[in-house]
Design a protein around this ligand. Sequence first.
Ligand code: SAM
Length: 276
Amino acid sequence: MAGILYLVPTPIGNLGDISPRMAETMAQADFIAAEDTRVSLKLLNHLGLKKPLVSYHRHTTEAGGQAILNRILAGETCALVTDAGTPAISDPGQELVALCAQNHITVVAIPGPCAMVTALAASGQPTDRFTFEGFLPMNKKNRRTHLDSLRGEVRTMVFYEAPHKLTATLSDLCDVFGPDRPVSLCRELSKLHEEIIRTTLGQAISLYSSDSPKGEFVLVVRGAAETAERSATLEDGLARVEQLRAQGASLKDAVRQAAGELSLSKNELYDLALGR
Ligand code: SAM
């Protein structure tokens, strides 16, 4: 009889978040598949467990996945863990789950720590409808195309980002959604320096202009207002640009702000404002 694949979440910063069920699942598994075996070894030592560990990370998902599947098909039980949080959420695991599902293996996900859910819950932004965006594409063109596709998004949006890329990402988000869009910067969740800053994209950029961001972040961005922003036309955008220009804004800033506020394409609005 085939074994089971358990997805075991691990703390995102606080060892007190290890639940009895997580520990018991790891204790009972025949082997542990880990994103980084050195990180998981520390956790196993903390729990006083000695278990066979195999590596399962981004670069080994195909070959590693098949090897893990073969062991489960032969009757072994596997606990999959990543460095922190829930496996398969912006972490290795989704391909292994798909492979096991295709092969009629039982997959059991143990509920537990996940930075996305923790940040969203504490963000103060609407939580009834949201979209998890994870990490934005690194390639500049793909990133821009992806952000453009979110222009009219009315649901709350949740992004992951590494600290050294945070200011660049805030600036890209500000270009698309405008400086007045509310954002919650959820930093170092469940750790000593946990902090949630509820501000706007424009103010968030100023905040980090002198101090570089430190620690891990989740960005929770409020969606576009459902009414005017959805139905705005380029002509509405032009009218708003003229209004902002009359208040002293440069053409570039006025276009950026109007496009963000009304969920319009900045390039199209700029061309129209220039009379092209
Ligand atoms: N699978 C994990 C989960 O369930 O949350 C996510 C792993 S992903 C590779 C790492 C990203 O999660 C970080 O870049 C950061 O955006 C977010 N993250 C992880 N731990 C965090 C924490 N303690 N506070 C804030 N963000 C965190």
